[in-house]
Design a protein around this ligand. Structure first.
Ligand code: TYM
Length: 336
């Protein structure tokens, strides 16, 4: 059976981008057709300036939202990264296979490091090595497929490269994974800055639809979305990024093809109105279920406890094999 692994990072409130680009497919498709693991990757949230209490709160919220989005613990494994030591254990070994140069080429590192420096802050070493930890997340489980939005494909490529390099040097140990992305909405853009990704860590609220935004807040945000100069509604990602973003969101939420949908509208206002309503309808059941789960924190805790136990059992043999292959002495075998 195909092994699937993916995760979300609790650095901010989860967004419509997270949902349409990743989570929705995990629930609707991946958990049904594969042996799937979904993870709140909290160690990754420590790579930038963070508040410990907030990370804890967001981790709990992200786990509830994964379940609210439809992940079913009977069908897949849901857990928190820091509950399973194998991730950090494998990450170090993979750091011994990765190079400084390839880390510095990662687009997200370049962007985030530049932003940190602009703010006058220092760049944590873990921000540079982050993609290796992500590779460890993936490779520890013998993952075949990694369902992600487009912004993560370079990181998954790195995981592939490290797997191939490790296998060549030290013998076959890792499955070589591949990224999969949805046909539409693989890169949902900020509503006010449609050339930038809708990212949860940016915290520029008005251009970002959060999964827990009230319907009226969603409507307001979508109605205020930046559209492009020009009058007719056409789907053109390069020339009309604001419009294209709305059409993709509408297509992802209500069904259909963005280019065909464009032909149905002769005003931006009508397009925005339908898009806003489509988003509200998509978020409604997720929000309802999230509210129920908030009233039952013991349930979520239990799911995470069992998930971590299962995940540990799955990762351990592969990580042990990697330790042996790379030359580390297995415990209890130190006889001369
Ligand atoms: P994160 O937390 O930024 O995002 C979680 C998932 O949501 C997708 N996504 C988007 N898709 C479309 N449009 C957007 N605007 C948008 N914003 C986010 C992301 O592509 C991702 O699939 N490094 C990862 C977390 C991670 C991970 C892993 C993922 C750590 N280890 C192992 C897969 C496998 C991240 O920061 O995702």
């Amino acid at each position: 059976m195909t092994r699937v692994f993916s995760g979300v990072k609790p650095t901010g409130h989860l967004t419509l981008g997270n949902y349409l680009g990743a989570m929705r497919r995990w629930a609707a498709v991946d958990q049904h057709r594969s042996d799937a693991l979904f993870c709140v990757v909290d160690l990754h949230a420590l790579t930038v300036d963070h508040d410990p209490a907030r990370v804890r709160r967001l981790s709990r919220q992200a786990a509830s939202l994964l379940l609210a989005a439809g992940l079913d613990p009977e069908l897949c494994t849901v857990f928190v990264q820091s509950h399973v030591d194998e991730h950090a254990r494998l990450s170090y070994v993979l750091e011994c296979v990765a190079t400084d140069g390839e880390m510095r080429r990662m687009i997200q590192y370049k962007e985030k490091a530049a932003r940190e420096r602009e703010r006058g802050g220092s760049v944590r070493l873990s921000l540079l090595t982050y993609p290796v930890l992500m590779a460890a997340d993936i490779l520890a489980y013998g993952t075949d497929e990694v369902p992600v939005g487009h912004d993560q494909t370079q990181h998954v490529e790195l995981a592939r490269d490290l797997a191939v390099r490790f296998n060549q040097r030290y013998g076959h140990t890792f499955v070589v994974p591949r990224a999969t992305s949805p046909a539409v909405a693989a890169r949902v853009m900020n509503l006010l800055e449609p050339t930038s990704k809708m990212g949860k860590s940016d915290d520029v609220g008005p251009g970002i639809v959060y999964l827990l935004d009230e319907p009226d807040v969603v409507r307001k945000k979508v109605m205020r979305a930046v559209t492009d100069s020009g009058r007719e509604v056409v789907y053109d990602r390069e020339e009309r990024p604001g419009l294209a973003n709305l059409l993709e969101i509408l297509a992802a939420c209500a069904g259909g093809d963005p280019a065909e949908l464009a032909g149905k509208y002769d005003s931006y206002g009508a397009l925005k109105k339908d898009t806003a309503e489509a988003v509200v309808e998509v978020l409604r059941p997720v929000q309802r279920r999230h509210q129920e789960l908030c009233a039952d924190p013991g349930y979520v805790e239990g799911v995470l406890r069992e998930g971590a136990e299962k995940a540990r059992g799955m990762a351990r043999p592969t990580v042990d094999a990697a330790y042996r292959a790379i030359g580390l002495l297995p415990p209890g075998t130190a006889t001369p």
